[in-house]
Design a protein around this ligand. Structure first.
Ligand code: CAA
Ligand code: NAI
Length: 689
């Protein structure tokens, strides 16, 4: 009894033993915790005066899972599976007391307890898939026994937790506790003991293990996950719950887990997990800097981005005022937001009452004065410097002192915009990605004069909106679009040299992106760039010819691909092929077959090269920030860890040599390896080490 070690405490309340774990911040099941739990179980089992046991956690959450930092290191006994087996084998009832997020190994531990009680706000889930894994501590065998194989597989493959209420309805937890959780759990354990209730072991249940429909569900859930190793393992493990005896299912689950955890994909996904959290640490923000208070927001412009950004605030429960230039434009913008929400309601993604609540948080206005009380103002008007400067000069007049003034510009100089105000310390960029209410990435652009607490506020606001904020410096296109531009140049050149849009897109989707560059261009619309080029007197051989022939992309049913009425599936278009062949011959290029390997290299390596320059210039803080930007903003396959991580895996000497080759072959010096690549390669190092 007492403190068993620095993380685990065991006490008695009458005939009930209470083990409390305190391993901040999320009670990861590190070695010391497992050892303490094993000891607590042993003592409680051997003490005849103890009739039942409660497992609870201090701090903000029940166990959030295994300690991810221990993965890939030599295992230190007892393993989590041993602790879990000891819980299940306890001859006295063990009750798990859940609060916060019981995730991964933490939820699996709870599933091995004989009873589970939770507070109403608790959530339970198995997010291992997000780390390229499957639940490896019995979860694939126990959860299907409680919720059925189909739902279990859905929970495992989406990795999304369920709320306590849903868990109660499914029989995953036994009761929801009002008031103090530990007291409630102790009272529950006492009742179980007093009533002499039999121990309920999930492993002994099989009433929900129906095979029917499982294969179809598995197919549907994994269809869009090509290239990943974990889905097949998850499906196999859950199917084993149906067809194999429990112990064999657990054994096989362990084998599958060990294979995945040692594999490249999970390593890459763990890199992204920590990279995302590292990105929140912004150099130059002194310790103890507090974000400014943020209770209300305003958005200027109710166009594509403004509407989406307003939805982000409403979704987070923050009142937001949207300002437009006139009644009609405002109404049109708000109607688009309404239509967006209704589509989500129709798909079952949102309740109608919740939609009303969110819409009610969005107020429209046609006078800039309406932003007067906003703590954060985000400007999303047309991409024109003069206009933006006017808006910021006006904001300088009307916005209250200390409010953070942000621009959503994708290309313009944030410092120049800041100079339009007398408070450049409050100005920065918040670069959302389209559609703003969906995409997780937020590039927070730090200006030369931006104050640390203004920056901290933008990062904190981003997190409140459920975004992944990454701080970047001022330059044309910032990090993501600046790298993307390198890919676009190559995509166009590949067409001229011999490839077709469907070949380029196939190479990119086979690599793991959800979409190729040309299908993406069709979705965004080709006419936007065409008009800009016309204005600047520039020309793009293929794309301009397509636009002249009315190929504006999906909106006209034809772009780089053709689309059948009502469909978004890109189909190869012979007319486009002719346009491309003409362009090649006009340019005097003899077309050749381009192997898929070359296409992939030319799509990816020039981006890595630009990423290296971005690091040299200090526009991005660290290579892993660039990885986060690409994973969350552009659909870079998370199981490849991001472009800079990927480059390190291939070796920078290889990247250097291939870039040199492509530079020499094309005569394009921008393809020459960046100084940082050449230097690190010569030293035998990577970006990260
Ligand atoms: N292991 C080690 N460290 C962890 C961790 C874990 N499982 N989960 C979170 N942390 C760390 C984070 O790295 C972060 O550290 P820093 O403060 O140093 O950056 C800190 O805990 C706080 O995390 P967040 O910033 O993410 O806090 P949050 O409140 O936003 O979110 C959370 C909390 C929902 C628990 C989130 O951290 C999370 O999703 N964690 C991962 C959960 C998970 O994947 N569990 C499964 C692990 S695998 C497993 O369990 C395998 C198995 O079957 C045996
Ligand atoms: P949009 O053209 O859809 O919307 C701009 C809106 O601003 C229009 O509704 C217009 O009426 C309004 N507006 C113009 N002047 C105004 C003023 N003085 N006061 C109030 N409202 C005014 O443009 P979009 O696409 O939403 O872009 C907005 C900004 O976001 C631009 O800076 C753009 O570069 C940037 N951006 C756009 C992305 C995209 O994919 N569309 C992605 C990321 C950033």
């Amino acid at each position: 009894m007492g403190n068993l070690n620095a993380s685990v405490d065991l006490r008695r309340d009458g005939e009930i033993a209470i083990v409390t774990v305190d391993n901040p911040p999320v009670n990861a099941l590190k070695h010391e915790v497992r050892a303490g739990l094993a000891e607590a179980l042993r003592q409680s089992r051997d003490d005849v005066a103890i009739k039942g046991m409660v497992i609870a956690c201090a701090g903000r959450t029940f166990f959030a899972g295994a300690d991810i930092t221990e993965f890939g290191k030599p295992p230190q006994p007892p393993g989590l599976s041993e602790v879990i087996a000891a819980i299940e084998a306890m001859p006295k009832p063990v009750v798990a007391a859940l609060h916060g997020t019981a995730l991964g190994g933490g939820f699996e531990l709870a599933l091995a307890c004989h009873f589970r009680v939770a507070v109403a706000g608790a959530r339970v889930g198995l997010p291992e898939f997000k780390l390229g894994l499957l639940p490896g501590a019995g979860g694939t065998q126990r959860l299907p026994r409680l919720v059925g194989p189909e739902k279990a597989l859905r929970m495992i493959i989406t990795g999304d937790p369920i709320e306590a209420r849903e868990a109660l309805a499914d029989g995953v937890i036994d009761t929801i506790v009002d008031g103090d959780l530990t007291e409630g759990a102790i009272a529950f354990a006492r009742r179980v003991v007093a009533e002499g209730r039999p121990l309920r072991r999930v492993r002994d249940r099989d009433d929900k293990l129906v095979a029917e429909g499982f294969a179809d569900a598995a197919e549907a859930l994994t269809r869009r996950l090509r290239g990943r190793e974990a889905p097949a393992a998850c499906v196999e493990a859950v199917r084993n719950a149906i067809v194999l005896p429990f112990d064999e299912g657990v054994k096989r689950e362990g084998e599958l887990f060990r294979k995945l955890v040692a594999g490249d994909q999970s390593k890459a996904q763990r890199h992204v997990f920590f990279a995302e959290r590292e990105a929140a640490r912004v150099p130059g923000i002194p310790d103890g800097t507090k974000p400014r208070p943020m209770a209300t927001a305003a958005v200027i412009g109710a166009g594509t981005m403004g509407g989406g950004i307003a939805m982000c605030f409403a979704n987070a429960g923050i009142p937001v005022t949207v300002v437009e230039t006139g009644r009609d434009l405002l109404q049109r913008g708000l109607d688009r937001v309404g239509a967006n929400y209704r589509a989500t309601v129709a798909r079952g993604g949102l309740g109608a009452d919740e939609m009303e609540r969110r819409m009610a948080l969005i107020n429209g206005a046609t006078e800039l004065d309406a932003v007067r009380s906003a703590d954060v103002v985000i400007e999303a008007v047309f991409e024109e410097m003069d206009l933006k400067k006017r808006v910021f000069a006006d904001l300088n007049r009307v916005a209250k002192a200390g409010s953070v003034l942000a621009t959503n510009t994708s290309t313009l100089d944030v410092d120049e915009i800041a100079r339009a105000t007398a408070r450049p310390q409050d100005v920065l960029g918040t670069h959302f990605f389209s559609p703003a209410n969906v995409m997780r990435l937020l590039e927070v652009v730090r200006g030369a004069a931006t104050a640390p607490d203004a920056l901290a506020t933008a990062v904190a606001v981003g997190r409140r909106l459920g975004k992944v904020p990454v701080t970047v410096g001022v330059c044309y296109g910032f990090v993501g679009n600046r790298m993307l531009a390198r890919r676009s140049v190559q995509a166009e050149r590949l067409l001229l040299e011999g490839a077709l849009p469907q070949e380029v897109d196939a190479a990119v989707t086979d690599f793991g992106f959800p979409m190729g560059p040309f299908a993406m261009a069709d979705m965004a619309g080709l006419d936007v760039g065409w008009r800009i080029r016309k204005g600047r007197g520039e020309r793009d051989e293929i794309e301009d010819a397509l636009c002249e022939a009315g190929h504006f992309g999906q909106k006209t049913g034809k772009g780089y691909f053709r689309y059948e009425a009502g469909s978004r599936t890109p189909l190869p278009d012979p007319e486009v092929e002719r346009t491309i062949l003409d362009a090649s011959s006009r340019a005097g290029i003899a077309r050749r077959a381009i192997p898929e390997g070359e296409i992939v290299e030319r799509m990816i390596y020039p981006m890595i090269n630009e990423g290296a320059r971005i690091l040299e210039e200090g526009i991005a803080t660290r290579p892993s920030d660039v990885d986060v930007i690409w994973v969350y903003g552009y659909g870079w396959p998370v199981w490849r860890g991001g472009p800079m991580y990927y480059a390190d895996q291939l070796g920078l000497a290889h990247i250097r040599d291939r870039l040199t080759l492509y530079a020499e072959r094309s005569g394009d010096d921008s393809l020459r390896p960046a100084t940082r690549i050449s230097r690190l390669a010569a030293e035998g190092r990577g970006f990260a080490s």
